[in-house]
Write a protein that binds this ligand. Structure first.
Ligand code: SF4
Ligand code: SF4
Length: 87
């Protein structure tokens, strides 16, 4: 038993990650620093010819924005999302 707020704080955080492909320079910092392995370098290139990270496990994103903090080109960021009732 607990209050709604307590229940919410014990549930894992949820988030969503956004990639601005045109800004990415393929350094892979976001992949390395994501704590939940949401990202992986893939075979896709942007129009400048840089390798793009793929969002391989979006359901694991907690919105911590570590990817955004480490990206030198402001090409990626994560946001917390609201949990739906019962999650
Ligand atoms: S950290 Fe930024 S520039 Fe580097 S691969 Fe990730 S999105 Fe691209
Ligand atoms: S917001 Fe956090 S969990 Fe989500 S992709 Fe970025 S570093 Fe990974």
């Amino acid at each position: 038993m607990g209050t709604e707020a307590e229940k919410e704080s014990s549930a894992p955080a949820k988030g969503k990650v956004y990639l601005k492909e045109d800004l990415c320079k393929g350094c892979s910092f976001c992949v390395v620093f994501c704590p939940t392995d949401v990202l992986a370098m893939g075979g896709r290139l942007n129009y400048k010819g840089y390798h793009l990270p793929d969002i391989v496990a979006p359901e694991k994103c907690n919105g911590c924005d570590m990817c955004g903090l480490y990206c030198p080109d402001f090409a990626i960021f994560g946001v917390r999302t609201k949990r739906k009732k019962g999650e």
